[in-house]
Design a protein around this ligand. Structure first.
Ligand code: ADP
Ligand code: ADP
Length: 228
């Protein structure tokens, strides 16, 4: 059983531009993989179909046994609990502490204060920010800010984590650190799908790589092939 499956998915925007054309692939539980391709290849669009910021024009996106076409209205918010999202610009609340930013998804789903505190501390330790819980995002470095974004995305223990160019604003050393952090997540059973145009960085990770070119899935490279 896959966590995520794209079945001949196409996406045509109202402008008439076809951003994805007949894309099919499946992601296994606990798998980490990348989607790469030049700017405009369709990476963001692919991720948007997963967290329901966009809808396919043709084909089906399946999350577990659920066809996302049928997830509408109030169920969209429920679906998003199962999918953690990391953005390039991390989208943190500037006037809230690191801990408050990370707590937000748990507050929204009505967890008890004590439970929230425990889980936020646990996840901040996991991303190496246990000592910065009370800081404001603006007091952190770019790499630390992205760690907060990742902590917020995983605090609800989603089945799938998707990240859109999570290292786009970081230098090579910090990028490698962030990638290593993603790599540690599948141990907990969370599948991880990272979109990045940085092919060199992606190849170093030695994971499965989906390659998009003008909306078409032109390659699906296994880790074994990358090792050659
Ligand atoms: P990538 O993330 O690989 O850079 P995107 O998925 O953002 O690619 O975009 C794929 C193509 O679809 C691009 O040509 C882009 O301009 C176009 N596109 C993206 N979003 C929209 C939109 N809302 N309306 C029309 N075209 C869009
Ligand atoms: P991202 O790649 O992270 O989606 P972009 O800067 O490419 O960020 O796009 C910002 C917003 O503009 C997105 O919501 C995207 O869907 C939309 N967009 C991107 N390209 C186009 C386009 N050619 N026409 C209309 N909207 C677009």
């Amino acid at each position: 059983m896959s966590v995520l499956r794209f079945d001949n998915v196409s996406k045509r925007y109202s402008s008439g531009h076809e951003a994805l054309s007949e894309v099919s692939f499946a992601v296994a539980p606990g798998e980490m993989l990348f989607v790469t391709g030049h700017s405009g290849a369709g990476k963001s669009t692919l991720l948007k179909l997963i967290h329901l910021s966009e809808r396919p024009s043709r084909g089906a996106v399946l999350f577990g046994e659920k066809n996302l076409l049928k997830v509408r209205g109030g169920r969209v918010a429920l679906h998003r609990r199962d999918v953690g999202v990391v953005f390039q610009d991390h989208r943190l609340l500037a006037d809230r502490s690191v801990a408050d930013n990370v707590a937000l998804p748990l507050i929204l789903r009505g967890l008890r204060r004590g439970d929230i505190g425990k889980r936020v501390r646990g996840v901040l330790d996991k991303v190496g920010l246990g000592a910065r819980a009370k800081a404001l995002p603006t007091q952190l470095s770019a790499g630390e800010q992205q760690r907060v974004g990742i902590a917020r995305a995983i605090v609800g223990e989603p089945r799938l984590l998707v990240a859109d160019e999570p290292t786009g604003n970081l230098d090579p050393t910090l990028s490698a650190e962030i990638m290593a952090l993603f790599e540690s997540l599948p141990e907990r059973g969370t599948s991880v799908l990272v979109a990045s145009h940085d092919l060199a960085l992606v190849k170093r990770m030695k994971k499965r790589v989906l390659v998009l070119n003008q909306g078409r899935l032109v390659d699906d490279i296994s880790p074994e092939d990358l090792a050659l």
